[in-house]
Ligand binder design. Structure first.
Ligand SMILES: [Zn+2]
Length: 419
């Protein structure tokens, strides 16, 4: 088959970089870049994305969750769909590329596929998910969970900082909460899901590779841990009489890091609250968080068992009590061998025949989409691993390579596809 792209991948990469800047410009707040769900910025970036999708040859619509979609029909209209997507929303004071780059790479991939769409045994849809970060309502992956049909009815009551409920925000945006299920896709209508995303970590840069294949997306387990001791007068209580909960928590923080490093899992204590929290009182109670993630659930769960044992042992020695509450648990999601192979063929097209494979330490829309279809993810190198920060940066040359890889990956999926 002959393929002559509308523009070179270098020119397309320059366009993508300029559009990342344009989106950053329309969502510049006094406190930095912010695009939150169901806001004026959301409306404006959907309109821009829709315009770019139309220019690329796609038929466009906004779905019932506010996701911006664009479709390229294959050999004939109405075939099952290969979705290429990421998100357009951001965290507060965000960078320019997290999510956005994946959407714009999708649009340019579609533009390159469009002249040859009659050879595609499936339709291709580019989706700009409206909420991945959960910045406004706390709950995350809202756009992709609507599409996966796993929307949680409890979210309607969630409120933003101004007290506006999710349901009200839907109405204000011109969406009907009653119709949320229209956004859901059936597994039989999907061929698979591909997502390109900045790595948000330093591994590709350290390895000198522009692109990497994702093996799995780590599912986190989160705990609220409380160590109970006894609050007593700091002056009047000798060491041997103390049951200092903060000593236990301090040891716990160190144990968490030690075991995390030993086991090759990511273990983080991000919050710690000491009570009563007075300068002259031995701490009687400390509550702290634990976030655990790893390449596989088995690895993560065995690390937790070891952390649990270490903390229990130490607390017993110190006559402290350990109270454990698990507040979140998500399974690790694996990328499918079929789509990993297709992306490997894509990366090979860029000259890298032995691509680096890594697992995603951060959550992505692909996790939600795994509930309805097979997923594959491609990471692009980002400078110094910085993300969720204004200094987030990527190389234009890497963007050009990612585009070549994605386009090739779609043809690789097509070559293996059985109707
Ligand atoms: Zn993201």
């Amino acid at each position: 088959m002959s393929r002559d792209p509308v523009m070179t991948s270098d020119a397309a990469a320059a366009l993508i970089m300029a559009r990342c800047d344009e989106l950053a410009g329309i969502s510049a707040m006094p406190e930095g870049i912010l695009r939150a769900y169901l806001t004026e910025e959301h409306r404006r970036h959907n309109a821009l994305a829709a315009r770019w999708m139309v220019e690329a040859g796609l038929e466009v619509w906004q779905d019932a969750a506010g996701n911006q979609c664009g479709r390229l029909e294959g050999t004939r209209p109405g075939l099952p769909t290969l979705v290429i997507a990421s998100h357009l929303d951001t965290v507060p004071d965000a960078g320019r590329y997290d999510g956005i780059l994946g959407v714009l790479l999708g649009i340019e991939t579609a533009r390159r596929l469009a002249p040859h769409a009659s050879e595609l045994p499936f339709a291709v849809e580019i989706v700009a998910f409206a909420d991945e970060e959960g910045t406004r309502f706390g709950a995350t992956l809202l756009g992709s969970r609507a599409m996966a049909g796993t929307w949680d009815a409890g979210w309607w009551e969630a409120t933003d900082a101004a007290g506006i409920s999710m349901a009200q925000a839907f109405w204000d945006f011109g969406l009907d909460p009653e119709k949320i299920h229209d956004a859901a896709r059936a597994p039989e209508d999907l061929v698979g899901y591909l997502e390109a995303h900045i790595e948000q970590g330093p591994y590709l840069e350290a390895a000198g590779r522009p692109l990497g294949l994702v093996s799995s997306i780590a599912g986190a387990r989160r705990f609220k841990l409380t160590i109970l001791g006894e609050a007593r007068h700091a002056g009047g209580t000798p060491y041997e009489r103390r049951r200092d909960a903060l000593i236990g928590a301090a040891q716990a923080v160190l144990d968490v890091e030690r075991i995390g490093r030993d086991r090759g899992v990511i273990a983080t204590v991000g919050q710690l609250d000491t009570r009563p929290g007075a300068v002259n009182v031995v701490p009687g109670e400390v509550e702290f968080s634990l976030d655990l993630r790893a390449e596989s659930d088995t690895l993560r769960d065995s690390a937790w068992d070891e952390i649990h044992a270490a903390l229990s042992g130490f607390c017993t020695q110190r006559r402290l009590e350990l109270v454990i509450e698990e507040i979140h648990s998500a399974p690790t999601v694996s990328c499918s061998p079929r789509l990993r192979q297709a992306l490997a063929a894509g990366v090979a097209e860029t000259g890298d025949h032995d691509p680096i494979t890594l697992y995603s330490r951060a959550g992505h829309d692909a996790m939600a989409m795994a509930a309805v279809t097979e997923i594959g993810m491609l990471f692009t190198r980002c400078e110094d691993g910085i993300s969720h920060h204004p200094e987030e940066n990527v190389l234009e040359t890497d963007v050009a390579l990612a585009l070549q890889a994605l386009e090739r990956a779609v043809w690789a999926v097509a070559a293996e596809h059985r109707e």
